[in-house]
Design a protein around this ligand. Structure first.
Ligand code: 5AD
Ligand code: SF4
Length: 441
């Protein structure tokens, strides 16, 4: 008998990608194999994101194609997974009536059962959130292509309730995963030849595992994973500024194979806006953390997320974001227009009152400002030598390869006899806004 075929498409964050790997692992045990062609599939899963309205619109458009496939072949089952499933629950089954199942991020163990119960128009939903589920013992099926970098999800959920954010509602309460299972997953990856691991969580640095009287915090967990082997390089994402402790910064500074790179979403440079966002820190606190990082890890790569045009944001408050960006000098930033999400604190209590054209103008302004800063940061790297993990053959020419430096900058260089997965020393000769170009030395 030929195996059943699963097509899975993932939207949104790395966490979602990591969840898709858990889903595939669960379904492989049910006899499914992956297909890269939706038209060949018996089962189509879309793992969705709700963070901004646009993310949901993209999914709504895309699933219309699956609706057509299902018209041609009514035996295909279509499931919506992830954050949109959790946010919209059964109503999604009414709105998109060709969908067979809607499954939230904590209900993936129930997938085999849900698949069995659907068909011939029977629709199923499981959007129960959990206080415990971490999928700890499920070994994810790696969907990455290069076999060099992998993600390990170490905690789930979020208890911060930032006023703009849908995540606490779609992913539930914070919970940490058993460190033993994290360490054994990391060792397994090393044994399979992986060289880089990114520890993942919505608030990775809030990791907290209690065992008897002992507490294992994120800094200690990171150190334990790093101690597995000097050949493994470690990253982590995403951090909340409230939990970037001195201990964590010192651990990064003192441990060679923990990358000198921190993604620290600031969201706004204005203390008043941060208060409205319920971020629980102000500009001074954030800048104090940045100074600590710069003092202890002088060349640390620093990146951020910024939301522009949040409720009531004035010109002066916007200006505060620009001055903060200038002061920090980020190497990279993800920048977004505020998008109101139904049922969040901001949606219920605050007016989304910054006009669309002002949001767009402010976004353009911070994007061009960031491009200048990124270019300036890259120019400072000319002449320096970086240790790079080779993870890609260049898109432009197979004579060139690329990889990332410890600081998370992309470097492109002539291949020579380099193999994927090698560590090489690369000297930067020139640069663009997004890339350092150099040669192996
Ligand atoms: N509108 C715009 N951007 C948002 N983000 C989270 N919620 C919203 C929203 N409602 C951004 C934040 C977060 C990143 C993952 O997405 O910057 O750090
Ligand atoms: Fe999107 Fe947030 Fe859900 Fe990730 S956790 S998929 S970013 S809404």
């Amino acid at each position: 008998m030929s195996s059943k075929k699963l097509f899975i498409e993932t939207y949104g964050c790395q966490m979602n990608l990591s969840d898709s790997e858990v889903v595939v692992s669960i379904l492989e045990k049910e006899g499914y194999t992956i297909t890269k062609q939706a038209k060949d599939a018996d089962l189509i899963f879309v793992n969705t994101c709700s963070i901004r309205e646009n993310a949901e619109k993209k999914v709504r458009n895309r699933i219309q194609e699956f609706k057509h496939l299902k018209k041609k072949n009514p035996n295909i089952k279509v499931g919506i997974l992830g954050c949109m499933a959790e946010r919209l629950k059964e109503s999604l089954l009414d709105e998109e009536d060709f969908i067979d199942m809607v499954v939230g991020p904590d209900a993936y163990r129930d997938l085999p059962n849900l698949i069995n119960q659907t068909g011939d128009g029977r629709q199923m939903a499981n959007t129960v959130l959990s206080l415990e589920e971490t999928y700890a013992e499920i070994v994810p099926v790696r969907l990455d292509k290069n076999g060099i970098s992998a993600f390990i999800s170490i905690m789930r959920g979020c208890d911060n309730y930032c006023s703009y954010c849908v995540v606490p509602y779609t992913r539930g309460h914070e919970r940490s995963r058993d460190p033993e299972s994290i360490l054994s997953e990391a060792k397994d990856l090393l044994a399979k030849g992986y060289k880089e691991i990114t520890l993942l969580g919505q608030n990775v640095n809030s990791y907290n595992w209690k065992s008897g009287d002992e507490i294992l915090n994120f800094a200690k967990l990171l150190k334990q994973v790093a101690n597995i082997s000097p050949e493994l390089r470690l990253r982590f994402s995403t951090s909340h500024p409230k939990d970037i402790s001195d201990e964590l910064i010192e651990t990064i500074a003192n441990t060679d194979n923990i990358c000198n790179s921190i993604h620290l979403p600031v969201q706004s440079g204005s203390s008043a806006v941060l208060k409205r966002m319920k971020r629980s820190y102000d500009r001074e606190w954030y800048m104090n953390r940045i100074e600590k990082i710069k003092t202890l890890i002088p060349n640390c790569g620093i990146s951020t997320d910024i939301i522009t045009g949040f409720c009531g944001e004035t010109d002066i408050e916007h200006e505060d974001t620009i001055t903060l960006m200038r002061e920090v000098g980020y190497d990279y930033a993800f920048m977004f227009k505020y998008s109101e999400r139904p049922d969040t604190f901001a949606a219920n209590r605050m007016a989304d009152d910054v006009e669309e054209d002002i949001k767009a103008e402010r976004l353009n302004q911070i994007i061009s400002m960031q491009q200048e800063t990124s270019l300036a940061s890259n120019k400072r790297d000319i002449g320096k030598v970086f240790r790079v993990l080779v993870d890609n053959v260049s898109k432009r020419s197979d004579k060139q390869m690329s990889g990332r430096s410890d600081e998370n900058k992309v470097m492109v260089f002539d291949r020579k006899d380099t193999q994927l997965g090698d560590y090489v020393m690369v000297k930067c000769n020139t640069c663009t806004v997004g890339t350092l170009l150099g040669e192996i030395v």
